[in-house]
Design a protein around this ligand. Structure first.
Ligand SMILES: [Cu+2]
Length: 394
């Protein structure tokens, strides 16, 4: 027995030595990066293939400010979807309040660099609600965002999916940058910063995507607090050669964006102003889950209980739905359409799963006319008001 153990020990010793040696050898044999890029094959090559005889992209400039607002989660009143049982919100928020209003910060679009005139949101995008302005691009374009921080907070704009250098990442962390390369990390109250984001093939639809893909942008100073304060918005990138001049995909008649989003107001920069003077530690969700639940809104685009503006389409149109969600750990949703089905990733669905910070799309060709429920199928979320309506006209 002792001899066998001893043999095993020797074997383990040699195996360990051999492993150590191989690791050491690997370290010394990793080739240095050369100037010549690695050649890609198969689908990856297809996805990043350089364009042939394509028109050059354009620079799309947006003037976007972070503004403070008093956001009304229920602008038209309570239970606008007429569901027979809404539980939770009423009793816990001090009776049947007609409006649930919190001071927040949101992104708004302006007409020019003076930031005097806010651009009026087109009717088709009224349903975006609390979301910032839609940023669009076609693959090959450049997105230039002149950003002004009109709030009392430190804010940024950090894009998903688009390509950026370190001076346009819009995220604060220890990344060995300094000076002007760090200026994008924290835009102070009243300050202006211009973010330049490019849109290469790797930011656009890949081979299994439809003609456009959804990304998002959000403030990334203290990320979760910034988003719960309201600083989040959508980006849509259309495949090269498949976009109209405004960037929308040519093969789609109508687009809708729905952010299945929890806003945890106890994590907002303005919570003390909104709901009292509790110290941050007191209102942590671990220590005070009841307080957190009382001030968490289960929204679609910042609206609860059917307040989402009616999303209207016509029978037989090619409708693209872009869905996303926020970054709380319980931003786990099942977006469900009554009345009509969608195709997602080549598969027929009537419900789509979203995890935290999900970004996806699904195409619908509505056949059934009428006003239909569009809601989260997680029962607690539905009960708390995560519901809207869409309408199919003849
Ligand atoms: Cu949900």
């Amino acid at each position: 027995m002792a001899i066998r153990l001893h043999c095993q020990s020797i074997l383990v010793f040699f195996l360990t030595m051999a492993g150590g040696l191989s690791v050491a050898q690997e370290k010394t044999t990793i080739p240095a990066r050369t100037a010549k890029p690695m050649e890609l094959t198969g689908r990856a090559a297809h996805d990043v293939a350089p364009p042939k005889n394509e028109k050059p992209g354009i620079v799309r400039t947006y003037y976007i400010a972070a503004d403070e607002v008093d956001w009304d989660y229920t602008p038209r009143g309570r239970n606008m979807a007429g569901l027979p049982h809404i539980e939770g919100a009423e009793d816990e928020t001090g009776g049947a309040q007609l409006h649930r209003i919190y001071h927040k910060a949101v992104y708004h679009e302006y007409t020019d660099v003076t930031f005097k005139t806010q651009r009026i949101r087109a009717q088709q995008w009224e349903h975006l609600g609390i979301l910032g302005p839609l940023i669009r691009a076609e693959v090959g374009d450049t997105v230039r965002v002149v950003f002004k921080n009109n709030t009392h907070l430190t804010t940024t704009m950090h894009p998903h999916g688009l390509q950026y250098q370190k001076d346009a990442e819009g995220a604060f962390y220890k990344d060995d940058t300094s000076g002007t390369v760090k200026a994008d990390d924290t835009v102070s109250p009243g300050a202006l910063y211009t973010y330049l984001w490019t849109v290469p093939e790797s930011s656009g639809p890949a081979s299994m995507d439809v003609s456009s893909v959804l990304w998002m942008y959000h403030s990334h100073f203290v990320e979760s607090t910034d988003i719960n304060t309201g600083l989040i918005g959508p980006i849509i990138v259309t495949r090269r050669g498949q976009a109209r001049p405004d960037g929308s995909p040519k093969d789609v008649d109508r687009e809708f964006i729905a952010d299945f989003s929890l806003f945890d107001e106890t994590d907002s920069w303005f919570f003390e102003r909104n709901a009292g003077t509790q110290a941050r530690a007191f209102r942590s969700k671990a220590l005070n889950p009841a307080l957190r639940e009382q001030h968490t809104l289960y929204t679609i685009n910042g609206f609860i209980e059917g307040n989402l503006p009616m999303m209207t389409m016509r029978k037989g149109e090619h409708v693209r739905w872009y869905l996303l969600s926020n970054d709380n750990e319980d931003d786990v949703h099942m977006a469900h359409w009554h009345g009509n089905t969608v195709v997602w990733n080549g598969m027929r669905m009537d419900s789509l799963f979203l995890g935290p910070m999900a970004m996806t799309s699904a195409d619908m060709v509505p056949e059934s006319e009428g006003i239909w429920l569009f809601h989260c199928h997680v029962s607690d979320h539905l009960a708390a008001g995560m519901v809207g309506l869409y309408q199919v006209l003849p």
